[in-house]
Design a protein around this ligand. Structure first.
Ligand code: PLP
Length: 378
């Protein structure tokens, strides 16, 4: 038995996606080839593009397939910055994933950009008054604004339509990797310029994502070559993964209400078995499945290993930074000190999480905390 509470890191691939991928793997044909085989693969890819576009309220031509959410974020930040050479200021929230923060910092170091981070409140929501004031004072200098749709560590949902309203004509990108298929998202209605999604967070395969980019918006290419994907992202299209991505989206069985009920059960159980624990961002609107909890007097890395020893998979935060002893920049931005930011675990529930999973996890927590506290006091 093992209990998987790390769905924000990656989700199990769902059966219809596996089936679709297997069928596609058996086919031959580069989607850019003009012969019958190539055209058949192209048809599969274009149908998949349509499915993804419909799920997001955008046009099929606005979907640019990429090799990951990380790539789509990098393309958005660098591409939007380079497409407005007369503007030098990048504005991102302080709680972005590293796949947004790091390209923004890279542009500061290598391209002379200026970067301003939007602070967040203690409950993990961006400070819209700060952004409004910044846009009033320096709007003419801003190349792009990037604010994630929901945070990957706390699940806190961000006010994207307010960001777009404040931005006016400034291009806005949102990293929707965590919120895609979990909460309603409509690219056109939100008035966004760009959005990032990734298949492996929604029951699809690893290594396939998409940049949703407003039609007719010209952006410099990051990958040059065969001119695929509006000449923005060259490279032979990964047809099996694209088809499986769309199959995961079509067959999505995620029931937000059911997942949220389980999360409520978990968090009310935590207040009984670990009364000193605090749920980060609890008072904010959050994605249904994420619960980020600070256990005072413990070290998260140690907690994680102890939970793993009890056969429960969870995380210390973003999977990409797990293993590196760094306090979470998200929790620090929410007002935690270094100690608080290194004593928190993320539990993320998914479509297959059961009441028994939650009950078992709650049953092992008191012993795990006691051991972690004992180790910490040595
Ligand atoms: N953005 C967010 C908010 C994420 O949670 C992740 C993955 O953890 C990414 C981007 C990166 O996506 P990918 O794993 O497809 O590169």
């Amino acid at each position: 038995m093992s209990i998987y509470l790390d769905h924000a890191a990656t989700t199990p691939m769902i059966e219809p996606a596996i089936d679709a991928m297997q069928r596609a793997l058996r086919k031959i044909g580069n989607p850019s080839s003009l012969h019958t085989d190539g055209r058949a693969t192209r048809k599969d890819v274009e149908e998949a593009r349509e499915v993804i576009a419909q799920s997001l309220g955008c046009q099929a031509s606005e979907v640019i397939f990429t090799g990951s959410g990380t790539e789509a974020n990098n393309s958005a930040i660098k591409g939007l910055f380079w497409s407005t050479p007369d503007k030098n200021l990048i504005v991102v929230s302080a709680i972005e994933h590293h796949a947004v923060l790091d390209p923004a910092h890279w542009l500061v170091e290598h391209e002379g950009a200026e970067l301003i981070e939007i602070p967040v409140t203690d409950s993990g929501v961006i400070d819209c008054a700060f952004l409004r004031d910044l846009v009033i004072r320096r709007g003419g200098e801003i190349a792009l604004i990037s604010v994630m749709s929901a945070n990957n560590e706390t699940g806190v949902i961000q006010p994207i339509s307010t960001v777009v309203e404040i931005a006016g004509s400034i291009p806005v990108h949102t990293d929707a990797v965590q919120s895609f298929m979990k909460v309603p998202l409509n690219f056109a209605n939100l008035g966004l310029f760009a959005m990032t999604i990734s298949a492996h967070k929604v029951g699809g395969p690893l290594g396939i994502g998409a940049l949703i980019l407003r039609k007719a918006f010209e952006m410099p290419a990051l990958l040059h070559g065969g001119g695929q994907e509006r000449e923005i992202r060259s490279g032979t299209l990964n047809a099996p993964s694209i088809v499986a991505f769309a199959a995961a989206v079509s067959a999505n069985t995620y029931n937000g209400e059911a997942v949220e009920k389980l999360r409520e059960k978990f968090e009310s159980g935590i207040s009984t078995v670990a009364p000193h624990a605090r749920v980060n961002g609890q008072s904010s609107k959050r994605l249904p499945g994420i619960s980020n909890i600070t256990f005072p007097g413990t070290q998260a890395d140690f907690l994680l290993l102890l939970m793993d020893g009890k056969k429960v998979s969870c995380s210390t935060g973003a999977a990409c930074t797990a293993g590196v002893h760094r306090p979470s920049h998200v929790l620090m931005a929410m007002g935690h000190d270094e100690i608080g930011a290194t004593s928190s675990l993320r539990f993320s529930l998914g479509a297959n999480t059961t009441e028994e999973d939650i009950e078992y996890t709650l049953s092992v927590i008191p012993e795990v905390i006691e051991m972690a506290k004992a180790a910490n006091s040595l």
